[in-house]
Write a protein that binds this ligand. Structure first.
Ligand SMILES: [Zn+2]
Ligand SMILES: [Zn+2]
Length: 133
């Protein structure tokens, strides 16, 4: 049975739903995520494009194509919150932090990060037991 997950932006104009399981649930330390989102590393829930859809407020989002990277930021035009971003493979990436915020501060076990990716490109060290690649 496909699971269904939902997140929404801060002002609630936009709701995004995900079906099934994410391809990747991990922390990403690459410079692309860092520069796209201005975060030290990205807490990624990465899904195939067709697993993620805007289920409310589709006309309220702006999709911004990064000028040099094959990545986009999709954000609410009212509150500015990024509801997801896309990567060069066309996957749609939802932040684990956003998921938590929208789901009673809970992140299901099967969505929690199981690895650190591009850890050799990091700008911050993380002291945990997860594999670092
Ligand atoms: Zn909003
Ligand atoms: Zn990355």
């Amino acid at each position: 049975m496909p699971e269904n997950h939902k997140v929404h932006c801060d002002c609630n104009a936009v709701e995004v739903s995900m079906s099934g399981s994410p391809k990747v649930h991990a922390f990403c330390h690459c410079e692309d995520c860092r520069e796209l989102l201005q975060v030290p590393y990205h807490s990624v829930l990465a899904w195939e494009a067709d697993q993620v859809s805007v289920t409310k407020g589709a006309d309220q989002v702006i999709e911004f194509q990064h000028p040099t990277k094959r990545m986009t930021r999709v954000f609410c035009k009212h509150c500015g919150e990024v509801v997801y971003n896309t990567n060069a493979m066309g996957w749609k990436l939802i932040s684990q932090l956003m998921y938590r915020k929208c789901n009673d501060d809970k992140l299901p076990e099967d969505l929690q990060s199981n690895a650190h990716f591009f850890y050799d490109r990091r700008i911050v060290d993380v002291d945990d037991a997860l594999p670092k690649r």
